[in-house]
Structure formats: C-alpha cells, structure tokens
Design a protein around this ligand. Sequence first.
Ligand SMILES: Nc1nc2c(ncn2[C@@H]2O[C@H](COP(=O)(O)OP(=O)(O)O)[C@@H](O)[C@H]2O)c(=O)[nH]1
Ligand SMILES: [Mg+2]
Length: 298
Amino acid sequence: MGIFGKIFQALKKTKDNVSAKMRLLFAKNKLGDEFYDELEEILISSDVSVRTAEEVVEQVKEEAIGNKVKDQQFVTDLLKDILEDTLNAADIPEITYPCVIMFVGVNGVGKTTTIGKVANWFVSQGKSVTVAAADTFRAAAGDQLAVWAERAKVRIVRHEEGSDPSAVIFDAVASAKAKKTDVVLVDTAGRLHVKENLMNELKKMDRVVTREYPEAAFYKFLVLDATTGQNAVNQARVFDEAVELDGIVLTKLDGTAKGGFVFSLCGELGIPVVFAGVGEKMDDLVPFDAEQFVEGFF
Ligand SMILES: Nc1nc2c(ncn2[C@@H]2O[C@H](COP(=O)(O)OP(=O)(O)O)[C@@H](O)[C@H]2O)c(=O)[nH]1
Ligand SMILES: [Mg+2]
C-alpha cells in the first residue's frame, strides 16, 4: 500500500496536531535555542518522552548547524530521518515455524481482538493457526475468542471459566503438535491490579511453552493501546521485566492524537513494534512500517 497506507491514514489526528504546531513554529521565525526548545516542546506534547525529545532535537541541532540550513523542509526531513532511525533501532524478530506467540497486556487494550486479526493474517500467509483461550478469568473472554476463531476459520482450544491458564496452553501445544499447526496464538488475562499474581501466572505459562514445545519458536508480544500515551511505556517496562518481550502490537492507532510514545518504546526500551491495529475489523491490522509511521506523524 506504500507510504499512504493504513498506518499513515490512522495517524491523521496526530498529524493534524503536530503539523499545526510545526507550521506555527516556523511562522514565528524564531532562531537558535528558542527554536529548538519549542521543537522539543512540540514533540513532548505529542507524547514523545522528555529524554527521547531531547536526544532527537540535539541530533537535529548538530546536523542543521553542520549544514548551515534552516528552512522548514530541511528541518522536517531531518527530523523524519532521525525518528525513523529511532523506530528501526530495534529489529523486528523474524518469525520461524512452528511457533507460539503469547499476547500479554492490561485489560481492554485489544488482546483478544488482535489475536483474531493476527490469526487471519497468518491464514492469509498460508499458515495453519490454533488459538488458545488462556484468559480463563472471564467466560466472556473465551466466547469472544471463539467468535474470532470462527471468523478467521482457525481452531480454538479452551477450558472452563476459572481453570488454570497453563493447562489451556498445555493442551493447545499438545494439539498443535498432533495437528502440525504452524502457529499457536495464546490469549491471556490482563488484571494489572493484581500485578504480582498476573506476572507469576505469565511466567508459569512461559515455562509451560518452553518445557513442552522446545522445538517451536516462542515470541511474547505486548499489546498496547496507542491512545494511552506515555503510560504505555511504563506498561512495557513492567511486562518486559516479567516475560522479556519480543515485540509490540499497537492497537487503536486510528483513535490516537498522541502517538509519540512509540519513539520511546523503540528507542529507550529497544522493543520493536511488529503490528499495528487500525480499527475493529478483522483486516484492520498491518505489519508496522516505520517510514509510514513517521510520514503520518508530521
Ligand atoms: N478503534 C479500534 N478499536 C480496537 C482496536 N483493537 C481493539 N479495539 C477495541 O478495543 C476493545 C477491547 O478489545 P479486547 O480485544 O476485548 O481487549 P482485551 O481486554 O485486551 O482482550 C474492543 O471494543 C475492541 O473492538 C483497534 O485497533 N482500533
Ligand atoms: Mg481479552
């Protein structure tokens, strides 16, 4: 779909917000430190962290001085290059098969929906998929995943409400081995208010996969709601400590005006964004594209 694809379109709110401020900044014709301070403010106002904003503006400053140029196009292009490099700092893991992908994240970020979309995406790539309903905390979560499994035409393994999530994973892995399924997608609960329990539960699930299915590649993806802004970076830190994340799926990119925190995720935490959710429907998911994201930002 190229530069003007779904990620670009989804960022319209962010772009409107940032572009207006950039135009104003250049119209005011400020020079020197004042200009760069305000540029930093613009980045921070779109939820780029203070640390990342400082680093990025420092780089712009160095290169702009070296080139003795100070027109809007030049600075904007420079900014785009630097931000794209920041996004590409963390490598997207190459998926090998068979594999297990466990989706973690707090309640309501879009885990179950994302699994439906990702299942559909793998099917479109010619892969066979099993989804595991390891969010056994609420019966509704299993039902919701079952609806997605039907839509995506993939198999589902689920137990009764309240049963041990690790037992679901155990069965899903056994079933995937028997049926030679390429991909197992694991849905998990996200009750962050009992953080300690949640993290222990996730670690246990992690161990079951490692022990029972050593021949499979194992990835842990954190699902983050893009409308959360900076707090999403804190969520990433907590989950990364518990289960060492391999990647991130950004959901609700279509509803955010504050996409700037993504630069901190990649730059400061070194975790790559793998997919982006751009709506509620099954095909509203695209592999993340750094260039498109940056173009959509300014
Ligand atoms: N606009 C939009 N809504 C989304 C997206 N992904 C998920 N949602 C919505 O977010 C809500 C919570 O999703 P759910 O999958 O139940 O979250 P979970 O609690 O993490 O499993 C639902 O209403 C979804 O339709 C997205 O990319 N864009
Ligand atoms: Mg869910």
